[in-house]
Design a binder for this molecule. Structure first.
Ligand code: MN
Length: 461
């Protein structure tokens, strides 16, 4: 046995119990009360909670967007992830027009391999739909690429999939397995509303709030509804990424009740902020797509997490510095969209979810580890503390009080959406395949340690 973790309380989606964990060659070899066998090293986890390593199923590192590229790459981003208790990330490989999905995977892996400090996988993003793409999708599903992301917007950036493409991709998942994830916003009406507010008078009057004005809730609701229609018609498996509205929640709730194979994800920022943030002097920093909505949406999203209508919380981490965000100069259409999240997701969910009794500790583990592992084919290798699983885990001090600040956070960013916020509970040690990779908010692992993970098909929740 290489490592023993003694005296901690293990948290699973169902239980909380005191047990020691033994790790042998990167795998959990023992879980039992008072593990007596000797180990080369022992960590005393008395008073600590132990979670499975967090899986962030929605991450953008080294992403070109808004005329610039994210400030965080696979190296710095995965270091920050480790400090936040994350041991696996799933980023994206987007197809270039005229090229194959395999080409996209190859070039994305060339960017990530050797740089990642935690394990990683890639969602494949079809952007050039035709018979060849459909065929390739089924082939990839059997080769460990079991999730496909499709954008219902971003036509100008060449990322958008039309309804026929999404319908066909869902048909593929019904036949061959896999899961289609969608960015659900209604492209045509959205583009029209953006143009409507894209004038000097409105931009002078409303500033960054034009971002919220141009994306009312129905922009998300209509697209969620349409994607659900295609999932129901095809019998395919659908996952709505970064859902932000009460309307989306209700559509997914009703679809699930009818037996539609649909799942949803939300992100910490939709649970914490509302769109009044855009009226603050540096509100433009908070621009994301979709944007944060109203207090009533936040409440509905928390409720949906507690009830299992939303199954996953992921970050949509996408880091732009103040200087990059400042490119907007008063024009809301020019703000690079995205905010940091990797390092803060776990403490935020614990403080604002668990401590405020919106979700249980067990539910938090389900949302951040078990469910993403099941839906994205990583379970039971990852997402669970169980003999035979990868020894990915977080030792978490539920009483540690921390004031969040970009000044000490490891994320490569000169601002934080959570600046000055007090959290209770923080990861103290992150372990990936038996190796300690972060300790007390500092990265102590190795660049390039992370492995690319070939995945299985999704499991129903
Ligand atoms: Mn995203």
């Amino acid at each position: 046995m290489n490592l023993k973790i003694s005296g901690g309380k293990i948290v699973t989606s169902k239980q909380i119990y005191k047990a020691d964990i033994g790790i042998t060659r990167g795998i959990i070899s023992h879980i039992q009360t008072r593990l007596r066998q000797p180990a080369k090293e022992t960590i005393d986890a008395s008073g600590m909670l132990i979670f499975p390593g967090i899986i962030d199923a929605h991450v953008h590192l080294s992403l070109p967007a808004g005329g610039t590229i994210t400030n965080e790459d696979f190296k710095s981003g995965t270091k920050a992830a480790a400090c936040g208790g994350i041991t696996t990330i799933i980023d994206f490989a987007a197809q270039e027009k005229g090229k194959t999905l395999a080409d996209a995977i190859k070039s994305r892996r060339a960017e990530a391999d050797g740089k990642v400090a935690v394990d990683y996988a890639l969602h494949v993003v079809p952007t050039d739909w035709n018979n060849r793409t459909a065929k390739e999708m089924s082939k990839l599903t059997s080769r460990g690429f079991t999730s496909f992301k499709m954008y219902m917007i971003y036509a100008k950036a060449g990322l958008m999939s039309d309804d026929a493409a999404i319908f066909s991709a869902l048909e593929q998942t019904a036949k061959y397995g896999g899961i289609v994830t969608v960015h659900a916003e209604s492209s045509n009406v959205l583009d029209m509303l953006v143009e409507r507010y894209h004038n000097k008078a409105d931009m002078k009057k409303h500033g960054a709030y034009c971002h919220a004005l141009s994306r009312p809730n129905f922009i998300e609701a209509e697209a969620v509804s349409r994607a659900v229609t295609w999932a129901e018609a095809t019998g395919g498996r659908l996952y709505i990424v970064h859902m932000s509205t009460v309307e989306g929640v209700e559509i997914v709730r009703r679809a699930k009740a009818r037996g539609v194979n649909v799942y949803a994800e939300t992100c910490p920022h939709y649970l914490i902020f509302d769109d009044s943030i855009f009226k603050k002097p540096d509100g433009f920093l908070y621009a994301t797509a979709p944007q944060v909505k109203k207090q009533s949406d936040r409440n509905a999203l928390w409720q949906a997490l507690a009830e299992g209508v939303i199954s996953v919380v992921a970050t949509d981490n996408c880091v732009f510095t103040r200087k990059q965000k400042n490119r907007w100069r008063g024009d809301f259409t020019r703000i690079p969209c995205g905010i940091p999240g990797l390092e803060t997701m776990l403490p935020i969910l614990h403080s604002y979810g668990v401590k405020q009794k919106r979700i249980s500790l067990n539910k938090m583990v389900e949302l951040l580890a078990e469910n993403p592992a099941k839906l994205f084919g990583l379970y039971p290798k990852k997402g669970v503390l169980s003999p035979g699983s990868d020894a990915d885990l977080v030792i978490f001090d539920p009483l540690k009080k921390v004031t969040l600040s970009y000044k000490w956070l490891q994320t490569d960013c000169d601002w934080s959406p959570y600046e000055g916020m007090k959290v209770e509970g923080y990861p103290v040690i992150t372990i990936c395949r038996g190796q300690v990779i972060a300790q007390n908010g500092r990265f102590v692992g190795h660049t390039g340690y992370g492995k690319f993970i070939h995945r299985n098909g999704p499991q129903d929740l």
